[in-house]
Design a protein around this ligand. Sequence first.
Ligand SMILES: NC(=O)c1ccc[n+]([C@@H]2O[C@H](COP(=O)([O-])OP(=O)(O)OC[C@H]3O[C@@H](n4cnc5c(N)ncnc54)[C@H](OP(=O)(O)O)[C@@H]3O)[C@@H](O)[C@H]2O)c1
Length: 253
Amino acid sequence: MNAHRHPEGTTRVCVTGATRGIGLAIAERFLHSGARVAVNYRSARNETMSVLERLEHRYPGQVLPVKADVSSFAEVKAMFAEIKTAWGGLDVQVNNAGHAKDGYALMMSEESWRSVVDTDLSGTFSCSRQAAWLMAAAKRGTIVNIASVSALTSPIGQANYAAAKAGVIALTKTLAKELATFGIRVNAVAPGFIDTDMLDSLPQPTRDDYLKLIPQARFGRAEEIADVVQFLAGPSASYINGHCLVADGGLTA
Ligand SMILES: NC(=O)c1ccc[n+]([C@@H]2O[C@H](COP(=O)([O-])OP(=O)(O)OC[C@H]3O[C@@H](n4cnc5c(N)ncnc54)[C@H](OP(=O)(O)O)[C@@H]3O)[C@@H](O)[C@H]2O)c1
């Protein structure tokens, strides 16, 4: 499809946390395929605004910047109201926004626990719910949630993150069952170690240790997760529902 023509009927996608890392790769993948993308961001930092400007310049008319902290139910509700006003509906929701705040459980602050659970799990819940209301009217849509292999391996130091991401997988399955009647499929992706700012924040010795655990002997690329998301959201996955697809280079094999 010509990315510079935007007839009504092009796929309407919302990606949370879409101005860097995996979320940006997902947004760009959909934009490149001609979709209209609501690019969620949470703060108007200079780097964020320049990414939005670059996307709008490269994909004119396809980008709808939408500001919301996904941990706030009120901001999420307002964001989807904005999407409804702009587009009237939504076809694909990708719940990518997330962060980790590692620490031993016995030492973990209430703030570390709450901010990870509120963003990674509650944000996925509230965005899925608002997206589903928009999709239900048309009786079709797909939701893809970004979980993590931490949900499956429950690493030391990640009580908050592992619990939140395991919750995302459980939430995915319940929503898949509840929303099938509205023609909405819900799936998850569990990435392994992907080379983004999240991984960059780790000390080099820790990165080296992680690398030794991966049979493919390399970290994943954000674009490789975008491929999986596009597959799950698209017609090739029309009979896949309530599934969590692991993309980890063999880490958990
Ligand atoms: N990288 C990995 O190895 C890996 C592995 C497994 C799963 N994941 C998951 O993949 C997703 C993306 O991770 P990433 O590696 O791309 O991380 P990243 O580079 O740190 O980017 C995270 C994105 O989420 C946004 N975000 C965080 N909290 C938010 C909030 N409350 N509201 C709205 N946006 C928020 C960030 O916005 P700001 O720019 O404002 O901070 C940023 O755009 C996350 O859910 C993460 O848990 C990552």
